[in-house]
Design a protein around this ligand. Sequence first.
Ligand SMILES: Nc1ncnc2c1ncn2[C@@H]1O[C@H](COP(=O)(O)OP(=O)(O)OP(=O)(O)O)[C@@H](O)[C@H]1O
Ligand SMILES: [Mg+2]
Length: 153
Amino acid sequence: MSKLILELNSLEITDVVARKTAAHLFPGAVLLFWGNMGAGKTTFAKSLCAGLGIPHETVISPTYTMVNIYSGKWTILHVDLFRLTAPEQLDDFDREDLFADDGITLVEWPEFITDHLTDEPVLNLYFKTVSEYQRQLIIKSEFDDFDTLLKTL
Ligand SMILES: Nc1ncnc2c1ncn2[C@@H]1O[C@H](COP(=O)(O)OP(=O)(O)OP(=O)(O)O)[C@@H](O)[C@H]1O
Ligand SMILES: [Mg+2]
C-alpha cells in the first residue's frame, strides 16, 4: 500500500498535481475521488482531463447526468454518484457504462461503486477542505501500477 499526502495550497498547485497525475495514467486505470462537496474533486478532474487533451470547458460536473464521456487520447468516463441513495441503483448500469476498460475512469462520490470493482488498478484520492483556497489530498493505492506516479508527485 502506497500513500502520499499533498498540500494543495492554491488552485495553481491543484492544476499542476492533476496534470502530473494525468501524465502517469494508463488505459484501465480507475481513479476514485473521495471528499465532501466543494473539496475539489471536479476541479482536479478538469485539470487531469486537460492533461489528457480534453479542453477544460468540456469537463463539467456529471452530478445530474451521472456519467460524462470525453474522447481524447483515451476515452474518459467521468462518473458522479452523488445522487445515488442505494447501491442497487447501479444494477441498471452495464459495466461498460461505468468503467472504461480501454480508457480512464474517474468517479466522484464512489461509495457505491466499490462493490462493482473486480481487479482494476484503483487509485484513491481523498480531498479535504483546509481553508478557502487550501485543500489536502491524500493519495493511496494498493496497486504498484501507480508507484512511479506516487514517487514523482
Ligand atoms: N486549492 C484548491 N484546489 C481545488 N479547488 C479549490 C482550491 N481552492 C479553491 N478551490 C475551489 O473549491 C471549489 C471546488 O469545487 P469542486 O466542484 O471541484 O468540488 P467537488 O469536490 O467536485 O464538489 P461536489 O461534491 O459538489 O461535486 C471550486 O470552486 C474551486 O475553485
Ligand atoms: Mg464535483
